[in-house]
Design a protein around this ligand. Structure first.
Ligand code: MF3
Ligand code: CO
Length: 258
């Protein structure tokens, strides 16, 4: 069942998404060579608290961390640990927060200090794939239009999309209907309507699409060891253009940090 959001819902959900976006920006700025992924996760939790929010992931299906931090061939759901980030690594940071009862969910891949051209191109294509998908998030279109735009863009650039993990509706819960795959799946063809809020999140592998889960039960890595990138926004379907909710400028000024 797809839950449409009223203006009243959105009054609370917009700030939730703004906080998620602001925390993601803060975490991205914190990342540098030498810091451990646990320090990144703890920094994120502290920033959430500062903004009056809390992690939407911590405790979800017993997820043990506050954010997901996935390095290099790690695709998603990377667990924070004592690993030190090194110059040239690429790090996917996924930040989801609860704020006044609503969830904002967003992710981005960043280079640690800098990275090679192959890694940079993978990040660029993945981010652009997200915007190709968002452009299709208009009323009358279907979920498959988003999926097709992402898949076509990614594959025409020589990369592959992960099948096992997908985007999703988001609202009072992290995961609501509908599922939003990054590949065309005829079963996921719901019509998009104003008031739907969805997290669009391409996960793109430089090599083959296959992934596996590590023994920690969470960390997803590419089967072939190739690099992977991940970009995500929470998006509102409106009567007109899609509205990207996970954008820090939408944060009310009383919540802004100097
Ligand atoms: N943004 C990811 C998702 O939507 C993160 C989920 S991590 C989990 O699936 F712990 F909550 F599962
Ligand atoms: Co998500």
């Amino acid at each position: 069942m797809i839950i449409l959001k009223s203006e009243r819902d959105l009054e609370a959900m917009r700030p939730a998404c703004a906080v998620a976006s602001t925390v993601l920006n803060e975490v991205a700025a914190f990342i540098r060579p030498g810091v451990t992924t646990r320090e990144v996760d703890e920094f994120a939790a502290a920033r959430m608290k500062h903004h009056g929010a809390r992690s939407a992931f911590h405790g979800y299906r017993k997820y043990p961390c506050y954010t997901c931090i996935s390095v290099n061939d790690e695709v998603v759901h990377g667990l924070a640990n004592s690993r030190q980030l090194r110059f040239g690594d690429i790090v996917s940071v996924d930040v989801g927060v609860f704020y006044h009862g609503y969830v904002g969910d967003n992710a981005r891949t960043v280079a640690v200090g800098g990275c090679g051209v192959a890694a940079q191109r993978l990040m660029d294509i993945t981010e652009r794939a997200l915007y190709e998908g968002i452009a299709q998030a208009t009323p009358g279109n279907r979920v498959t239009d988003i999926s097709r735009a992402i898949q076509t863009f990614v594959e025409s650039n020589g990369y592959s999309v992960v099948r096992e993990f997908v985007g999703h509706g988001v609202g009072r819960s992290v995961h609501e209907d509908p599922q939003v795959p990054n590949y065309v799946d005829a079963k996921c063809n719901q019509r998009l309507r104003p008031g739907m809020t969805i997290a669009i999140e391409p996960m793109v592998n430089a090599g083959q699409p296959g992934v596996k889960v590590l023994n920690d039960g969470w960390t997803v890595v590419t089967q072939d060891g190739s690099l992977s990138a991940h970009f995500e926004h929470t998006v509102l379907i409106t009567e007109g253009e899609p509205e990207i909710l996970t954008w820090p400028e939408q944060m009310p000024s009383r919540l802004k940090v100097s």
